[in-house]
Structures are given as structure tokens and as C-alpha cells.
Write a protein that binds this ligand. Structure first.
Ligand code: OAD
Length: 271
């Protein structure tokens, strides 16, 4: 089937669906300037996950090379601090005019919310929510708070890196003290999925007629089991991205190009 007929078949499935789950990963935010994890030059190329994405790895790196953790925090937070929703996030939000839409995202960047999607389950948590060590929510931070942390950390590196100065710089998002610690509510490898988001995401995947997967490699479980679960429950599975993942119908291309074109067809504006 050619690209045009794939697009129109996907639009038919979306038009016929009552409940749609949009399941997104880092690729949906790539065109907002946030690097993906596994593409060439992605986050894990620069910061190997065994050193930066597990609690024990991160603590060991912090003890041996604290300046590398500072660089990791800058690498993670700076693109998010600067980001705004792109055409793909906006098209996902617009889709709500046509059906019930639940967004399930592995992203921690808040861009689906900012685009106007109303039901968003962030299964790997949110960088904007600061929690204590029991997981209790303490406060929310803004993109400009993240920008301030990045600027202060950069200054620390420019000054030759002093641990006390670095700790002060990250205090709005990460702090250790006699009472315990606070940290962003994001899921590292080996940690439990964010709740209630994960339970809601599984329920929505079981109940949807159509799942639209956008910009994920499908490499990380348990999140990657959601499309399989939706398929077993009878849903049509569409995937959008440069690389094929588990799906019935693959729309090859970038999210920022494909999703607006798809939305046009769903709204009856396309040819
Ligand atoms: P990955 O980096 O594994 O995959 C990103 C996917 O997006 C790839 O399939 C790319 O081809 C695709 N992509 C790149 N640019 C795109 C574009 N402009 N439009 C559409 N697709 C594009 O990121 P995720 O699948 O999100 O979790 O990774 C899943 C999890 O692994 C993350 O949530 C994170 C990471 O480790 C944790 O850290 C727990």
C-alpha cells in the first residue's frame, strides 16, 4: 500500500473510533528540540543509561564524577526548559474534537498538556513535579525554574565545579538533607511506573478501538506492552515515525509532518 492510501486508511480508523489512545515517546518532542534517547547522538549516547538512568548508577557517578551528573542534568533539563509544543502535539490535542482521546506518554516534558490535551497519563512521571522520598508531591516547578537551575549549574561548571555550589544550584529540583531528599517525579530504570498514570494507561489501552503510536522505539518495558495489550483487546494499531515498531499500519515520516496531515483527513479537510 502506498503512503497516501495508508494515510487515508489510518484516518478511516480514527474517524470510526470512539476511544483513541495516543501512545507517545521521545520522537513526538524531537521537533520541539528535545533529543530522543536511542537515535544517533541521543541522550544515551552522551550519558550511558547504566551510569545515569538507574538509581545506583546515578549515585555511583555522583560520588566519582559529580561534574558529569551536572552535565547530565543540564543535558536533560535545558531542552525541556526551552521547549514549546510542536505541530504534532497540537494535532493530538485537536483530535479530541473527533473522538474521546487519552494520551499516554513516556515523556516527562509536559508538552501534551501545554498543547491542550485534556487527559494525559505520564507513565514515566513529570520533571515538573517535585516529590519527597516517600513519593509525596511537594511542589510544581515551571520551565523558567528549570532554566534557572540550568544557568546556575552552567555557572558552577564555568567556575571550576564546587560541590557546594552545584548542590545550591540544583536545590529547587534536587536536594538532600537530614529530613531526606526531594527529586523530580521521574521514573529511572528499575523503579516503579508512575501511579495512578500507569493503571489508567493500561485501562485506556484495554478499552480503546484505535491506538495511535507516535515517536517511540518500543524498546522499554513495561510501557512497550501497551500496544500489544490494545491489539489483543481488538484495537487497530497505527504507528507514526521514521522507524517501524509494533503496529498494523505504519505511517512513515516525522510526527510534525504526518500528524497534521492525518488530522486534516480525519476532519474531512484533506483530499
Ligand atoms: P527512543 O529514543 O527509544 O525512540 C524514539 C523514537 O522516535 C525512535 O523510534 C525514532 O525513530 C523516533 N523519532 C525520531 N524523531 C522523530 C520524529 N521527528 N517524529 C516521530 N518519530 C521520531 O525514545 P522512547 O521510545 O520514548 O525511559 O524511549 C522510551 C523510554 O526509554 C523513555 O521514556 C526513557 C528511555 O530510557 C526511561 O528513562 C525510564
Amino acid at each position: 500500500m502506498d503512503a497516501v492510501s495508508n494515510l487515508s486508511r489510518a484516518a478511516d480508523w480514527l474517524r470510526e473510533a470512539e476511544n483513541i489512545v495516543v501512545f507517545s515517546g521521545a520522537g513526538v518532542s524531537a521537533e520541539s528540540g528535545i533529543p530522543t534517547f536511542r537515535d544517533e547522538g541521543g541522550v544515551w549516547d552522551r550519558f550511558p543509561p547504566e551510569q545515569f538512568a538507574t538509581p545506583s548508577g546515578l549515585l555511583a557517578t555522583a560520588a566519582r564524577q559529580p561534574h558529569r551528573v551536572a552535565e547530565f542534568i543540564i543535558g536533560l533539563l535545558e531542552p525541556i526548559a526551552e521547549a514549546a509544543p510542536n505541530a504534532a502535539h497540537l494535532a493530538v490535542a485537536e483530535l479530541e474534537k473527533h473522538a474521546g482521546v487519552t494520551v499516554v506518554t513516556q515523556n516527562i516534558d509536559g508538552l501534551h498538556h501545554d498543547a491542550g490535551s485534556t487527559t494525559v497519563w505520564e507513565v514515566h512521571g513529570s520533571v515538573f513535579q517535585i516529590v519527597d522520598q516517600a513519593g509525596r508531591q511537594l511542589r510544581r516547578v515551571s520551565r523558567s525554574d528549570l532554566r534557572a537551575v540550568v544557568d546556575a549549574l552552567r555557572q558552577t561548571l564555568a567556575d571550576g565545579f564546587q560541590l557546594d555550589q552545584a548542590r545550591q544550584a540544583v536545590r529547587p529540583v534536587l536536594d538532600f538533607g537530614p529530613q531526606g531528599y526531594c527529586r523530580p517525579d521521574i521514573v529511572l530504570f528499575g523503579e516503579a511506573m508512575a501511579e495512578p498514570a500507569w493503571t489508567k494507561a493500561r485501562e485506556a489501552s484495554e478499552e480503546c478501538d484505535c491506538m495511535l503510536i507516535v515517536g517511540t522505539s518500543g524498546a522499554v518495558y513495561p510501557a512497550a506492552m501497551l500496544p500489544e495489550q490494545a491489539k489483543s483487546a481488538g484495537a487497530n494499531i497505527i504507528a507514526v515515525g521514521p522507524e517501524r515498531c509494533f503496529c498494523d499500519l505504519w505511517l512513515r515520516g516525522t510526527a510534525g509532518a504526518v500528524l497534521p496531515a492525518l488530522l486534516k483527513l480525519v476532519s474531512g479537510q484533506g483530499t
